[in-house]
Design a protein around this ligand. Structure first.
Ligand code: FE2
Ligand code: FE2
Length: 456
């Protein structure tokens, strides 16, 4: 464990949260991405730790199990757009429901046919199904590979040891060798991956249909997907009423935080929190090919404007974090809507707009980000009060919110979108000038323009 501790102590300016608290709070964003009920990652972590302790896992193994189970879905946003594109459906409900169909080609195919292109024209639906029939295994291989690789990469950005990254990489491996991405078998699969997969299955069935459904599914998958020894341990745990009541406890997050007592003492300093923010910025941007690098760039532009406007170091730090996480709520929006090339219907538009409030909800859970939650969530507000989510006006919009709005607008205009190609910098500024004083702050706009014009 020394590696995390040493890296965390960079400049001594600690934030008021421990690593488990921060990861637990961020894990709600991952639940959104997977279309799972709120708290799924925390429940999976709790189940995993009960299993790990029962199986006599070492202290280091327990640490790996803890973070692998809590952050197993770090890479999931990277295949969201592809799921929506291939199956012509809402990626979040598709992923949620797919986890409930269990093992075997037959049920999987029936599910895919039933779900693919529902509500679409016969031609679009037929074309999609033919594509899946022709290229199905390759499509699934690619999607799982993207998810595993991205998940492991982000775990490394979060400074976790290689064992945690590998455990996340191997989450979809099955005990009988029929999993992906490497087809590992039995004991070759990292212990933390085996435990995290069982915990995922157990929580998905528990939240969907209760304890008996979870027990039945784990039993059914014993020896195929799941390690039989772990299934026996799970069966023993299942007999304890408290196991299930704890899973339904609204204060579970508080209990999960205490499961690794020594980790509670790990200080997270400001630099570490910056890195955590950047890593989750990558999770957000992976949700759509059109937003690749968006969070990072909005963060950089906001720093340029904030510095030029005289914000102090602490204000700049908060501004950058809010700018990098302003779209975290998009993880809860269907990629079918985010990627739609045409005009959005009313209900789609409402779903799209909901991302701003979701941003406030998610950041509001993260103690050192709480003060910035409403700033980050205001990036679609307008000076004239006609924006969303709250319709705030000039008198209610903080300088930091105005800065992020201008930077977000500029980056959106200068990047490709599903419905248009990227505009040139001049074209973007011409459009933005027309909105100055109505939607966006003229001083922030001119500052961004000057900062980008400034010689290097
Ligand atoms: Fe947004
Ligand atoms: Fe944005």
């Amino acid at each position: 464990m020394a590696d995390i501790q040493d890296l965390a102590k960079l400049d001594g300016s600690e934030v008021q949260s421990s690593l488990p608290e921060l990861m637990g709070a961020f894990s709600f964003a991952l639940d959104l991405t997977e279309g799972q009920p709120e708290g799924h990652s925390l429940r999976a972590c709790w189940i995993a730790m009960q299993l790990g302790e029962r199986l006599g896992a070492s202290r280091d193994d327990l640490r790996n199990i803890y973070y692998a189970a809590m952050l197993k879905d770090l890479g999931c946003s990277s295949n969201a757009a592809r799921v929506a594109e291939v199956y012509l459906t809402d990626d979040r409900s598709f992923k949620h429901d797919f986890k409930l169909i269990g093992d075997g080609i037959g049920p999987a195919l029936r599910f895919v046919f039933a779900k693919t292109g529902r509500g679409e024209s016969l031609l679009r639906r037929g074309t999609a199904i033919v594509n899946i029939l022709r290229n199905g295994p390759q499509i699934v291989d690619d999607m799982i590979e993207a998810r595993c690789t991205r998940g492991a990469e982000i775990a490394r950005l979060l400074r976790f040891p290689e064992e945690v990254a590998q455990a996340i990489y191997s989450l979809d491996e099955h005990w009988d060798g029929g999993g992906r991405p490497a087809g590992l078998k039995a004991g070759d699969i990292p212990l933390a991956s085996r435990i995290a997969l069982l915990s995922q299955v157990a929580d998905v069935f528990f939240t969907n249909a209760g304890p008996q459904a979870a027990q039945a599914e784990v039993e059914r998958l014993s020896g195929s997907w799941l390690d039989p020894r772990m299934c026996e341990a799970f069966s023993a745990l299942s007999k304890d009423e408290r196991f299930w009541s704890m899973l339904a406890d609204p204060d579970l997050a508080m209990h999960v935080v205490t499961l690794l007592p020594e980790e509670m003492g790990i200080p997270v300093d400001e630099k570490f929190l910056d890195d955590i923010t950047a890593a989750f910025g990558r999770v957000i941007d992976a949700k759509s090919p059109f937003t690749s690098g968006h969070s990072q760039r909005v963060g950089e532009y906001a720093m340029l404007v904030g510095e030029a406007l005289g914000l102090d170091e602490a204000q700049l730090r908060s501004l950058r974090r809010a700018a990098m996480l302003h779209d975290v709520g998009k993880l809860g929006v269907s990629s079918q809507i985010l990627e739609k090339p045409g005009k959005l219907e009313d209900d789609e538009w409402n779903a799209m707009r909901s991302h701003a409030l979701r941003t406030a909800e998610i950041l509001g859970r993260i103690a050192p980000m709480r003060d910035m939650a409403h700033i980050a969530a205001s990036h679609h507000e307008r000076l004239d009060g006609k924006g969303y989510p709250l319709g705030l006006d000039e008198s209610q919009l903080a300088l930091e919110a105005r800065i992020i709005t201008v930077c977000d607008f500029f980056d959106a205009l200068t990047a490709d979108r599903p419905y248009r190609s990227a505009l040139s910098v001049d074209e973007a500024f011409a459009i933005m000038e027309k909105e100055a004083g109505r939607a966006i702050d003229p001083r922030c706009l001119s500052t961004l323009r000057e900062a980008l014009d400034a010689p290097l």
